[in-house]
Design a protein around this ligand. Sequence first.
Ligand SMILES: [Zn+2]
Length: 139
Amino acid sequence: MRDPDAQYHKPLPAITSINRPFWDALRRHELSMQKCDGCGLIWYPPSPLCPCCWSRSIAWVKLSGRGRVSSWVVFHQSYFKSFDAEIPYNVVEVELDEGPRILANVVGISNDKIRTGIPVEIVFDDVTDEVTLARFKPR
Ligand SMILES: [Zn+2]
């Protein structure tokens, strides 16, 4: 549970009519992405039509939140003052079991133990009253 007095100073996502269902799902502690009724593709980031077949017949579906690290970096330089205290920090690309890839951080593992292929699952970080971020932990 988030400390209601805590201040969050890092950049926050720009929530739009296109991506709002993704962010609303994270607030409910669910991972949801768009699925094409035409070709079955599930993709990220959100868009108004299927990036494969251009269909506009789209549904939001709940995903497992499980996947594997497909790539990662460790930042040793701070590009935002609000990240200074966390240097070095990781950014991972997770390939979800359902196919899409998403950028996040992996928690619960030291940066020198991160490898391509490690199995991970989502954890939900309520950073403000309005925004929950997806992070991942080893499973
Ligand atoms: Zn499609």
